[in-house]
Design a protein around this ligand. Structure first.
Ligand SMILES: [Cu+2]
Length: 324
């Protein structure tokens, strides 16, 4: 296909062409959910240069009247053990602690704040004024998918996202190579210092940052690492499917469409399926979560809205010519 053929409708200057190819997906030397590393082939596609911003999401809400998951009442059937009185609209907001805490209990730094939502991401007393060029947060998976549909786009699969994040540096630990801060330069918005109490802000930001603040990867994409985790289309599995070691037989455009098996085994009463998020966030720190890498992945309940998850969209060339 040619670039020109696809540049109409939803595909604009805000997107970049990601060439297709075969790459090593996953990693064997980090967290178990990233293994096994295996060859995967994906087709070329158009991808948003940066995560969807607050300003972009505001245009969507203004045009459609869309109400995000964090603004809706919660379904008691999904929370059988919860007191219905506490099932009020809201979202998860991070708060730094005064000192070191038990890192196995996320409740030490996450609080469910009634009234927190995409345009009040820090809680009801906050606003998104001044954050217009930051990634939108407090969006559940359904919100991301609804935005994508409105924009004439889609959410990427995990394989598409990871291939794009690598920027052509096949097998590198980071999106820019194997060194975290080459020549001392911070390449992404992550957490430096001891999470969750000591944020040294060597990268200049305690929270999210305006999209495009940090260098682009090899494909011209910004913020594929850090700033916010990004929703993908795939349901989560605790490991990648087994490796096929011959390039001839690498899975092509794999996707995980089955919600069964995506649930958190540590939380058997949780009936909400999980989708894959990618890229790590401004809260990823070496002492807690070294996930500011293309191979890193987390399963997130689809109804979760937090201050460190956003998304970006893609357009596949087979669809792009018919878009308005
Ligand atoms: Cu992390």
């Amino acid at each position: 296909m040619t670039r020109g053929a696809a540049v109409d409708g939803a595909v604009t200057e805000s997107m970049v062409w990601i060439p297709g190819g075969t790459f090593r997906m996953g990693a064997d030397d980090w967290y178990p959910e990233e293994a096994p590393a295996h060859s995967v082939a994906v087709d070329g596609l158009w991808m948003d240069r940066h995560p969807v911003t607050v300003a972009e999401f505001a245009r969507f809400v203004e045009a459609t009247g869309y109400v995000t998951v964090a603004e809706r009442d919660l379904d008691p059937a999904l929370f059988p053990l919860a007191d219905p009185d506490v099932l009020v609209p809201g979202a998860l907001v991070f708060h730094a602690t005064a000192g070191p805490v038990d890192l196995t209990d996320v409740r030490n730094w996450w609080a469910y704040l009634p009234g927190a939502r995409w345009d009040r991401p820090g809680g009801p007393a906050t606003s998104a004024t001044g954050l217009e060029e930051h990634p939108v947060t407090q969006v559940a998976w359904e919100d991301a998918a609804a935005y994508a549909t409105w924009a004439g786009k889609e959410l990427p699969t995990e394989a598409e996202w990871e291939h794009a994040a690598r920027g052509g540096l096949d097998g590198a630990a980071y999106a820019w190579g194997d060194e975290f801060a080459p020549d001392g330069r911070m390449m992404a918005n992550t957490w430096q210092g001891e999470f969750p109490w000591q944020n040294l802000e060597l990268d200049g930001y305690a929270g999210t940052s305006p999209v495009g603040t940090f260098p682009a990867n090899g494909y011209g994409l910004r913020d594929m690492t850090g700033n916010v985790w990004e929703w993908t289309a795939d349901f989560f599995r605790p490991r990648h499917a087994g490796a096929v070691e011959h390039a001839c037989c690498a899975p092509r455009n794999p996707r995980v469409l089955d919600a069964a098996g995506s649930h958190d085994p540590a939380n058997p009463i949780d009936l909400v399926p999980r989708r894959v998020t990618k890229g790590g966030s401004h809260l990823c720190a070496p002492n807690y979560c070294h996930r500011y890498r293309p191979a890193a992945r987390q399963g997130e309940a689809v109804d979760t809205s937090t201050g460190h998850i956003g998304f970006r969209c893609i357009v596949r060339p087979d669809r792009s010519t018919g878009l308005r």
